[in-house]
Design a binder for this molecule. Structure first.
Ligand code: F6R
Length: 607
């Protein structure tokens, strides 16, 4: 969603701001803008549309050394030039960029209008700019503090003022902000990707904190002006990881990275000789976790699908009753949290608004809260009691791929870690983690078949309705396959537990309709074969994902994609790979913007 970049230093700001905005493009946006400050001078340039349009409008030789840049994903008001950020106060001397939503925007707007303010835009952000302008008496930080006392809602925001040309004031409540620290310059961003080209040294602005940043100094205080001391931390991601490295799209790069990203995820965490899993992030809560009577996994979208697989794994390996909740539903439905309930929040970004709110709700009700998160230092990672990072590297493509397999891997590790402390025998644990350790290499083998999957995509790319069927562990994989296809190629696709088809959706099957069936070896294999027959007898074209060596299936399906054999709980790690590739090639063939699909944002930081 919206992105923030700020610079205050000795170099011209504009190239740094525009490059930062480019790095934020993947998050999804509909307009962009910059503000440049010099003594007694504030210049704002903004436009609806892509950053390439903004690039044509700005002067790359501009000498100002302080500035802000923003990519907007519309919430209040249409995505047009006027509603694009930065927004200024009536004096035109103060400019604000803002991620989040101001909830009392209407009331504040009415109040300010009665006071004689004329608004230019429909945005809630302009309300903040006008409020700051009203309070400004020569001290920007103080004015921001006063304004924020009037505001309710969420924000990650940055403010500059023509009267204080070497100062950026930033504030955060519920929307991430980091300060990049360099010699004689500081950067500000909502996402480390925007500043990695300049520094890996960062300070995370905490919730309810205000930062005052100059070229040589940053200072953090609470909303009530109490000083906050923070360590400088190092971002573990590199610049190369956020670049395309010769791939046509980030999504393809991230699909192909999965053997490496999962090897990274597993590194140092499994001991094949001892049959043990080591998860440093859980050490302090292992006693409490082992006593858990009830596990709740929560997340949104792809993370929710990973959680569904996790549910099956936890129940099978630990025998602890486990359920999965959409974070957006959990937060509002008065959930039952008893003594012994552990809530595990799954999120790539660690910034998804609903997932954060569900975790907060669970914590307030007394649950032990754990995070399964990719982005180190993200809000979820900080506000959970403990957790396990994915360590799969930055995911830039909007459609989640390597984060999904990372989530499955971490959930498998956690289930085994806990299972060993419950009922799982050392032998079973060794078998499980040995199979897990083979997954990266097995994925490599599947990726090598990418050309066959392109053929499948070519054959069906013009079909507007697809079905994805799976059973057991592969039912969530079917949901994930359907989600991948719909989000990047705009094809209507439905994922189902295969047995449910007879209860209604079978009516959808028409001659030649592509039906992807995950038919790998396992206890439900015979059942899924019957489902394939049901599809075929109604004219559906079956694309089967089957276990290597299964010759029989080729007689029943139009196309067969083979995956290597593994334990059933780990099958989704393999079966999802062809589904990701089919979705990718289909979207490319349909001319869709794979990495920036319409209407979607990489991390959904508003409700
Ligand atoms: C789908 C996708 C989304 C996210 C969802 C949760 O490809 O990326 O469905 O999985 O928005 O995001 P995180 O994991 O960042 O909480």
């Amino acid at each position: 969603m919206c992105g923030i970049i700020g610079y205050v230093g000795r170099r011209p700001a504009i190239p740094i701001l525009v490059e930062g905005l480019r790095r934020l493009e993947y998050r999804g946006y509909d307009s962009a803008g910059v503000a440049l400050v010099a003594p007694n001078d504030l210049q704002v340039t903004k436009t609806a549309g892509r950053i390439s349009v903004l690039e044509q409008m700005v002067d790359f030789s501009a000498s100002q050394t302080t500035g802000l840049g923003h990519t907007r994903w519309a919430t209040h008001g249409a995505p047009n030039d006027i509603n694009a950020h930065p927004h200024t106060d009536s004096s035109g001397r103060i400019a604000v960029i803002h991620n989040g939503i101001i909830e009392n925007d209407r009331a504040l707007r009415t109040f300010l209008e009665r006071d004689g303010v004329t608004f230019k835009s429909e945005t809630d952000t302009e309300v903040i700019a006008q409020l700051i302008g009203r309070f400004y008496k020569g001290d920007l930080e103080r004015a921001v503090r006063q304004a924020l006392h009037e505001v309710s809602g969420t924000y990650g925001m940055a403010v500059v003022c023509a009267d204080e040309p070497e100062v950026i004031v930033a504030a955060r409540k519920g929307s991430p902000l980091i300060i990049g620290v360099n010699h004689d310059e500081h950067l500000l961003a909502s996402d480390a990707a925007a500043i990695l080209a300049h520094t890996k040294h960062v300070v995370y602005v905490g919730d309810g904190e205000i930062a005052r940043i100059t070229p040589t100094e940053y200072r953090l205080t609470t909303l009530d002006a109490i000083p906050v001391t923070k360590e400088i931390e190092e971002v573990e991601w590199s610049l190369e990881q956020i670049e395309l490295a010769g791939y046509e799209h980030f999504m393809l790069k991230e699909i192909c990275e999965q053997p490496t990203s999962l090897a990274d995820c597993l590194r140092g965490r499994i001991d094949l000789r001892e049959g043990a899993v080591h998860l440093g992030g859980l050490v302090d809560c292992t006693r409490e976790l082992t006593r858990a009577k009830h596990l709740i996994l929560s997340g949104c979208g792809t993370a929710w699908h990973a959680a569904l697989v996790g549910e099956y794994m936890f129940e099978e390996l630990t025998r602890i009753p486990t359920e999965v909740e959409y974070a957006s539903e959990f937060r509002y439905r008065n959930p039952i949290i008893d003594d012994g309930t552990v809530v595990i929040s799954v999120s790539q970004s660690g910034e998804t608004a609903d997932t954060l709110a569900a975790q907060t709700e669970a914590k307030q009700r007394g649950a032990l809260t754990l995070g399964v998160v990719n982005v180190v230092g993200s809000t979820l990672a900080r506000q959970t009691d403990a957790g396990v990072y994915l360590h799969v590297g930055p995911e830039i493509g909007v459609a989640s791929t390597k984060a999904f397999t990372g989530q499955l891997t971490v959930l498998a590790l956690m289930a085994c870690y806990l299972g060993r402390r419950k009922h799982m025998s050392p032998g079973a644990a060794t078998e499980f983690i040995t199979a897990l350790s083979r997954i990266p290499k097995q994925i490599n083998g599947i990726i090598e078949q990418a050309d066959d999957l392109k053929v499948v995509a070519q054959r069906y790319a013009d079909r507007e309705n697809w079905l994805y069927l799976g059973r057991g562990y592969n039912y969530p994989t079917a949901l994930e396959g359907a989600l991948k296809l719909k989000e990047i190629s705009y094809i209507h696709a439905e994922g189902l537990p295969a047995a449910e088809m007879k209860h209604g959706p079978i009516a959808l099957i028409t001659e030649g309709m592509p039906v992807v069936v995950i038919a790998t070896e396992g206890i439900q294999y015979d059942k899924i074969v019957s489902n394939i027959s049901e599809v075929r007898s109604r004219g559906g074209s079956v694309i089967a994902i089957a276990t290597e060596g299964n010759k029989e299936i080729a007689k029943m399906a139009e196309h067969v994609v083979y995956v290597p054999e593994t334990l059933e709980p780990l099958q989704p790690l393999l079966t999802v790979i062809p589904l990701q590739l089919i979705a990718y090639h289909t979207a490319v063939l349909r001319g869709c913007n794979v990495d920036k699909p319409r209407n979607l944002a990489k991390s959904v930081t508003v409700e």
